[in-house]
Design a protein around this ligand. Structure first.
Ligand code: TXA
Ligand code: MG
Length: 334
């Protein structure tokens, strides 16, 4: 751990500035969650619409309690079982949380990240930190320090380098405010409905169809086109890949193929980015692969549709979350 950088990061946070930090999921843009001025700076840097609320990162339940109206029994059970980890709990907020954090809404999203640097930062700062993914709004989430540095200069955002994120896709967001009905997953992540249901002793809705355009957002921030590369990206069934590549060749278009299939091959004019075949490794690699594919400057990114079923419930949850992100990365933009 680079203690000097950590120390400077804490100083900057105290001065109301923004610092990028690694978590087990993706890198976050950290700022004092109790300072409206610091939060305004996060929205400005990200170019984030004001109606999309931020996740607040805490060291654990002790730090979470004053931020919520009631720390429910379900929150207690889940935090004991799955924190620190990639699970965000949405609860009724207390008056201590600035309205800009929650985009004026009545609930606050909380999580305790499972990463030594993130945890050290929160503990040394000794207070909650907002932490939206450290990318410009709508872009691909960063899973390496270089990704963050390519978007924000060091004078603007100091980036703590924790290497590659182990999980690689954003946390599961779980609505846990009893006023909103039974617990419901708003954003799928590697912690799935089975794992949550097991802790709570109930069946949990896996929820969250990718929001379609024109409809009010099911959850703020669940915009259909999110996590998107600049290059047009399409998702295709394994059986269609060969035809798509041939069509591209005939039209003189260059394609990048992202494929988890061992037998995948492309002709010379195209590029192949190999993806792992296991759910966890696929999730950990996907954002880096999308960025790499984007940087190759091709005309189209073709993604071989990965499996959506698995023997283990844990793998099924991961594939589900991967499919959610791929659907967003390939959604047609306005
Ligand atoms: O893994 C993660 O969650 C990462 C790392 C850095 O912790 N953070 C992250 O933050 O993905 P962000 O801001 O990019 O995504 C937060 C998501 C958005 O979809 C937002 O709409 C939703 O959580 N959210 C935040 N507060 C909410 C609330 N009060 N009710 C419902 N959804 C909320
Ligand atoms: Mg994000």
């Amino acid at each position: 751990m680079n203690f000097e950088a950590l120390h400077e990061a804490v100083e900057r946070l105290r001065a109301g500035r923004v610092v990028a930090f690694p978590t087990e999921t993706v890198y976050g843009l950290g700022a004092d969650a109790l300072s409206p001025a610091a939060i305004a700076e996060v929205y400005r840097l990200k170019g984030r619409p004001q109606h999309n609320p931020l996740i607040v990162h805490v060291s654990g339940p002790e730090m979470a309690r004053p931020l919520v109206h009631e720390w429910t029994e379900q929150a207690d059970l889940l935090s004991r079982a799955l924190w620190p980890g990639p699970l965000t709990l949405v609860l009724a907020k207390s008056s201590r949380v600035p309205d800009s954090v929650t985009a004026g809404g009545p609930t606050v999203a909380l999580r305790s990240p499972n990463h030594p640097l993130a945890m050290a930062l929160i503990m040394l700062f000794d207070g909650p930190l907002v932490g939206p993914s450290a990318n410009a709004s709508g872009g691909v989430s960063p899973t390496r320090a270089e990704h963050v540095r390519s978007a924000f200069g060091d004078d603007e955002v100091l980036t703590l380098d924790g290497g590659a994120c182990a999980v690689g896709i954003e946390s599961t967001v779980l609505m846990l405010d009893p006023r909103q009905g039974p617990p419901r997953i708003l954003r799928p992540g590697v912690i799935g409905p089975d794992a949550i249901g097991e802790v709570l002793g109930i069946r949990v809705e896996s929820g969250s169809p990718a929001a379609s355009k024109g409809q009010p957002l099911a959850s703020p921030g669940l915009l259909a086109s999110h996590y998107a590369p600049r290059t047009r990206a399409v998702l295709a069934d394994p059986n269609d890949i060969e035809d798509l590549l041939e069509d591209a060749s005939e039209d003189g278009r260059r394609a990048v193929l992202l494929s988890h299939q061992l037998a995948a091959m492309v002709s010379d004019e195209h590029e192949l980015v190999r993806m792992p075949a296991s759910a966890g490794e696929y999730a950990a690699a996907i954002y880096d692969a999308l960025r790499h594919a984007d940087d190759l400057g091709a005309d189209v990114i073709i993604i071989t549709r990965p499996p959506d079923d698995a023997e283990l419930a844990a793998d099924r949850a991961i594939w589900r979350a991967v499919h959610d992100r791929l659907a967003r990365a390939t959604a047609v933009r306005d």
